[in-house]
Each structure stands twice: as C-alpha cells, then as structure tokens.
Design a protein. Structure first.
Ligand SMILES: Cc1cc2nc3c(=O)[nH]c(=O)nc-3n(C[C@H](O)[C@H](O)[C@H](O)COP(=O)(O)OP(=O)(O)OC[C@H]3O[C@@H](n4cnc5c(N)ncnc54)[C@H](O)[C@@H]3O)c2cc1C
Length: 331
C-alpha cells in the first residue's frame, strides 16, 4: 500500500481525486474497518507521509465509523455551513423534519464536507424542532455534491453537499445535544490532524537528510553545515514532543481528552509548517517545483491550522479552560 500510495500521491494531488482502485484496495486491506482510535491515528500518520488527501479520507471516515459502526461504508461528516465552521451552533440552517415513521426529511447545504465525492453515507448536523441533532443519510438522488477545488489536502473529496429532501434516520436521541456529540467526532479529528502533521514531519526529515547529504556547497556537503543540522534537530525534537502529547491525549487508548487534542492540533500545525518549509528550503529551487513532493507538503501543512477548528478558536478554548482551573485552584 505504501509504495502504491507514494506512486499515486502526485496524481491524487493534481487531479484532486483518489482513484477508485485505491479506495477498493484500502477497503480490501481493512483501512475502512479500523476499530480503535490508536490504530486509526497510526494509519493516518503512515498515509500522510505521501498523500494528506488520502490520509484525510481515512481520518474522516474513521472518526465517524468508530462512533456510528457499519460495514462496507465510506462516511462523510457534514457540520460546517456557508456561515462558517468556527461558530458551529450559530450556523446550523440545515433542517430535519420528522416524517412520522422514524425517518426525517433533510433540507439544507453543508460546506467543506470531506469525503463527499466518495461517501456512501453522510453524518449530518441539522436541527429538528429547533434542537441540533445528528442524522445519517445514505447516498441518494436527493443529495447533490458539488466538488471544491482547494489548494491543500487535494483528493480528500471535499465538496458542498445539498440535501434537497433526502430521507435520513436519526443518530442522536431527541434531547441529546447534537453539537456536543459532533464534538466527539471532531476531537478524534483533531488528534488525526496532529497525526497528519507527524506524517509530514516523518517524510520531511527523510527529504532533508537525503537532499542535504547528496549536495556539495562551497566544498562541503550541505549536511555538514550546522544550520542544516539544527533544522533537522528542531523538527525531530518537536516531533517527539508531539508524539508524547498525542499519546497522552488518548485515555485508555480510546477516549480522547479534548484539551490535549486541541493542543496537539495547534502544535501539529506548527510542526507541519516548519517541516514542510524546511524541506522546500533545503531542496532549494527544486523545492518550489509545482506539484513536487515538498511543494505539496507545504500547501497541505497550512490546512492543519484551519480544518477541525481554526487555531485561534482552539487557543481561546485552552486559555478559557486553564483560567477556569486556576480560579478554581486546580491548575
Ligand atoms: C480541507 C478541509 C476539509 C474540511 N472538512 C470538513 C468536513 O469534513 N466536515 C465539516 O463539517 N467541515 C470541514 N471543514 C471545515 C472546517 O472545519 C472549517 O474550515 C473550520 O472549522 C474553520 O471554519 P471556517 O473555514 O468557516 O472559518 P471561519 O469560521 O469563517 O473563520 C475564519 C477565520 O477567522 C479566524 N477566527 C475565527 N474565530 C476566531 C477567534 N475567536 N479569534 C481570532 N480569530 C478567529 C480564524 O483565523 C479562522 O480561520 C474542512 C475544511 C478544510 C479546509
């Protein structure tokens, strides 16, 4: 799988699509049936070395499947709407009207829905009787997908999804706050973003070490310069710190600590940008080659600061929780 993904990663990025043959192979190898958060994060990190788009497909599907179960499916998660993804509660205009037989009719539009191009099932945040809940919609003609052409995580199947009277079932019980439940999926996603960053760092270290060892500048190999060695050391040290944080965010290997997941996503964004930026820099002009491996990495690294909740929002959240604990004498 690794070799095949490495060979296809450039095409996935250019064409903004994962070929169905690769999705079939991933399914045959059990990558859509992962049963634990820990294994999911490992698979995401491994795939992210080559294709963040494909790694993101695994992550979004996996975070839904761990909660919703089901076999032979590919999930998409529709939370963000046109009004913005940061303030989720204020931006739910998608409506679910009860049909009377346990089914609901959905009307509305979801923005930036990853996996929308590949999904067999959509998990959707919508309001029913004014209360937010999660709904499960099998792909059907009343669901229309319009692909989005983003610069990062290309191939992750992102699109606008229009629900024009789709008949769906309810995932959360009436009275259970759907936004809170969705946050459970998002917390796994945030650790997944940290794992995407670890995959970028893994590959960037290889690119830097190989390129710097094979190039001679002013009579010395590039790798012999302290400036290059310190770059490698900084990425390796931050990678080790992030690995520990991700590990500590997983309680009993399964439950996710939301504060640590937020911290891991923030630090992951910083690590990914540093690692990708360094890979481009050490490759020199070759690093800027459009559609090249380092150039792709750099475009992808920026997404980590935005997807699954913007960096600033997570900083507000961490600071707010910390101040509360300090004032309660529990810091
Ligand atoms: C590649 C990709 C895949 C995605 N996949 C999915 C998906 O599968 N399902 C889904 O539901 N959504 C998905 N999203 C949406 C994602 O969750 C949102 O982009 C994210 O939550 C931020 O929302 P927004 O883009 O609407 O930014 P906005 O809410 O419009 O915010 C814009 C900017 O404002 C700034 N900002 C916001 N709040 C504050 C603050 N308190 N203080 C200071 N600055 C602030 C931040 O810099 C932020 O980036 C995806 C996005 C991307 C890029």
């Amino acid at each position: 799988m690794d070799e095949e993904l490495a060979g296809l990663a450039g095409d996935i990025d250019r064409e903004n699509r994962v070929p169905s043959s690769l999705l079939d192979k991933a399914a045959a190898e059990g990558l859509f049936d992962i049963e634990s958060v820990e294994c999911l994060l490992q698979a995401v990190r491994r795939a992210s070395r080559y294709s963040r788009g494909f790694a993101h497909v695994l992550l979004v599907h996996g975070s839904c499947r761990l909660a919703a179960g089901g076999e032979g499916r590919i999930y998409a998660l529709g939370i963000t709407e046109a009004g913005g993804g940061t303030d989720v509660r204020a931006n739910i205009t998608t409506r679910a009207d009860e049909l009377g037989n346990g089914s609901y009719r959905l009307e509305g539009m979801k923005y930036f829905t990853s996996n929308a191009l590949y999904a067999t099932h959509f998990v959707v945040l919508a309001t029913a009787g004014g209360e937010p809940g999660l709904f499960l919609c099998e792909r059907q003609p009343q669901i229309r997908v319009e692909p989005l052409d983003l610069s990062g995580f290309r191939g992750s199947g992102v699109g606008k999804v229009f629900f024009g009277g789709a008949v769906c079932e309810r995932l959360t019980e009436p009275g259970v706050d759907g936004v809170r439940v969705a946050l459970g999926y998002i917390n796994v996603g945030r650790l997944g973003y940290a794992s995407l960053a670890l995959g970028i760092a893994d590959r960037a270290i290889e690119i830097i070490a190989e390129a710097a060892s094979s190039k001679t500048v002013f009579g010395r190999r590039l790798i012999e310069y302290q400036g290059v060695q310190w770059r490698i050391a900084s990425i390796v040290a931050r990678r080790a710190a992030l690995e520990s944080l991700v590990h500590s965010a997983l309680q009993d290997g399964a439950r996710v600590d939301p504060e640590r997941a937020a911290m891991a996503k923030i630090l992951g964004g910083e690590l990914a940008l540093e690692a990708a930026w360094s890979a481009v820099q050490i490759l020199g002009g070759r690093g800027l080659a459009m559609w090249g491996e380092a150039e792709r990495m750099y475009r992808d690294a920026k997404v980590i600061d935005i997807g699954e909740g913007a960096k600033e929002v997570l900083m507000d959240y961490i600071a707010g929780r910390t101040v509360k604990k300090v004032l309660a004498g529990r810091s």
